[in-house]
Structure formats: C-alpha cells, structure tokens
Design a protein around this ligand. Structure first.
Ligand SMILES: Nc1ncnc2c1ncn2[C@@H]1O[C@H](COP(=O)(O)OP(=O)(O)O)[C@@H](O)[C@H]1O
Ligand SMILES: [Mg+2]
Length: 267
C-alpha cells in the first residue's frame, strides 16, 4: 500500500538519520539566515516536524520568528544537558515549526566546549535525543571556523553552504574545504548553493555555473538577489508568507524541493 507523501518523507528522513541539516559558511552576510528561515518554514509546511536552532549570537533567526532571545549569565543551553535544551525550545507562529532561540552566551561556547572532554563532539551528543523528536533539525550557524564550527560539522548530516558568486567567495569556500580535509572531516556532506545571484551580471552567471563543476555536491537551485528577501526584516516573516508569488519565494520553494530530494536520497 502506498502511504501518503507526508508519512513517506517522515519515515525516509528519520530512518536514514539524515535529519540534522546545518546552514554554514565561514563568511558572514551570505544568506545563511535567510535560507534557514525560509527552508525551515517550507519544511514545516511540507509536514515535517522541524526545529531551527539559532546558533548565532546575533540572533537574526530568533528575530525573524519573533521570539525574544534569552540572555543568560553563562554559556548554558547547548553545552548543558538536553533537558536544558528542551526547556529553551519555543514554538513559532507556524504549525510544526519550533525554535531554539539564540542565546547571547553562545559567543562563550568555544571556551566552554574547550574545557569539556571530547569538545568537538558535544553538540552532536546534545542534539541526539532531539533527533527522535523532530523529523528535521536545522542549524543556523555563525560564520566562524573554530571549535563551534567543528561541533557543527560533527553534528550535521548535511551541510548547506550559501556561496555568493564572487571570486573571493569561491576562494573562501576552497579554504573551508582545505581546513576540513586537513582536520580529517568528510567533505561529501557539504553542499553549496549559489546565493544572492544577480543574473544581470555576467560574472555572477558565469561563476554560478562554475560552482557546479568546481565544487562537488553543489545544488542546482540559485537564490536570486531580491529586495523581497531584504524585506523579511520589516515583515519578520518568511518570504513565502508575505510575498508568496515573488521570484524569491519561488526560488526558496525550488531549493527546498531539491534539498528534500537530496535528503531523502542521502544515506
Ligand atoms: N537573496 C537575497 N537578496 C537580497 N538580499 C539578501 C538575500 N539574502 C540575504 N539578503 C540580505 O543580506 C543580509 C545578510 O543576510 P543573512 O541571511 O542574514 O546572512 P548570514 O546569515 O549569512 O549572515 C540581510 O540584510 C539580508 O536581508
Ligand atoms: Mg546569520
């Protein structure tokens, strides 16, 4: 008997344990948070019970979802027990979509991680019980290469990297891949996608194409440069909510469709 699509997705994603997805880049301002907010919303809309973790002390995802970040005295939350995480999780205005708000103390996490045994595997351990509670856990990451980044690489099954089509971004991405290879990480789970693409610019079009051949695992969908994405700051909503018919909303829907296919195909 063929199950309805939603049950199939749930089964496939949880069964294959491809449910921690990080949106990471060692550059800031490349569209990580915009992607996290829109993809998490679309994932929840498609029926997946989704948790977004705002790991960036700048707390933009928390802002977009209209949740107040908590200010704590010490780095707690992700470095403490899973129970502490459970207590911090908030529901959003959208069905099936929860948020672990940014905590300003995340900026201290590196110091705390470095004092722990197995400092690079801590995030993976803490998220483990949540993997059975949620179909998809999305990590919106800060732009560093450090101990927190290593925790993210170890915790995530799939890493999305927004790449702006400039020569410097390609170079920075290459540096990230070299760093990971040197540290012995598996770069196969890294999947770039072109972000903030201005198709009027020849260089943007050329580089967007180059990414496909230069970096293994690059997704085919490109997110265009669009003022509707910038307007998320005014609306504090995913683009699909306040501009459902816009080019940007369509691009995120396409990115989600491609990603969903990759997640269910990945082993
Ligand atoms: N596709 C896009 N088109 C236009 N502006 C964008 C786009 N994606 C992000 N932005 C804007 O660029 C800035 C940085 O985006 P953000 O998603 O916060 O980046 P990051 O999380 O990588 O630092 C924000 O002001 C955001 O509104
Ligand atoms: Mg961000």
């Amino acid at each position: 008997m063929l199950l309805p699509a939603f049950f199939q997705v749930r089964y496939i994603i949880t069964d294959k344990h491809v449910n921690v997805l990080a949106i990471y880049s060692n550059k800031g301002g490349v569209g990580k948070t915009a992607a996290a907010v829109n993809l998490a919303y679309l994932a929840a809309q498609s029926g997946l019970h989704t948790l977004v973790c705002d790991l960036d002390a700048q707390s933009s995802t928390t802002f977009y979802f209209r949740v107040k970040p908590k200010i704590k005295k010490k780095a707690r939350g992700l470095t403490k027990s899973s129970r502490a995480i459970d207590n911090s999780i908030k529901s959003t205005n959208y069905e099936k979509l929860d948020l672990l708000p940014a905590d300003f103390s995340h900026r201290n996490m590196d110091i705390v991680f470095s004092k722990l045994k197995n400092p690079t595997g801590r995030l993976r351990r803490v998220l483990k019980p949540l993997r059975t509670e949620y179909d998809l856990i999305m990590l919106d990451c800060p732009p560093y290469i450090n101990l927190l980044a290593e925790n993210i690489f170890n915790a995530a099954d799939f890493i999305l990297v927004p790449l702006i089509p400039t020569v410097l971004s390609a170079r920075t991405h290459q540096q990230l891949l070299s760093f990971l290879t040197k540290k012995g990480y598996d770069t196969a789970k890294i999947h770039p996608f072109a972000s903030m693409v201005d198709r009027r610019k020849t260089l943007h079009r050329t580089l967007t194409e180059t990414f496909q051949t230069k970096f293994n695992g690059t997704l085919h969908t490109a997110i265009p440069y669009s003022s509707d994405v910038e307007k998320m700051g005014l609306h504090r909503e995913p683009v699909a909510v306040f501009a459902a018919n816009s080019t940007a909303a369509e691009a995120y829907r396409q990115l989600w469709a491609e990603l969903y296919h990759e997640l269910t195909e990945a082993t």
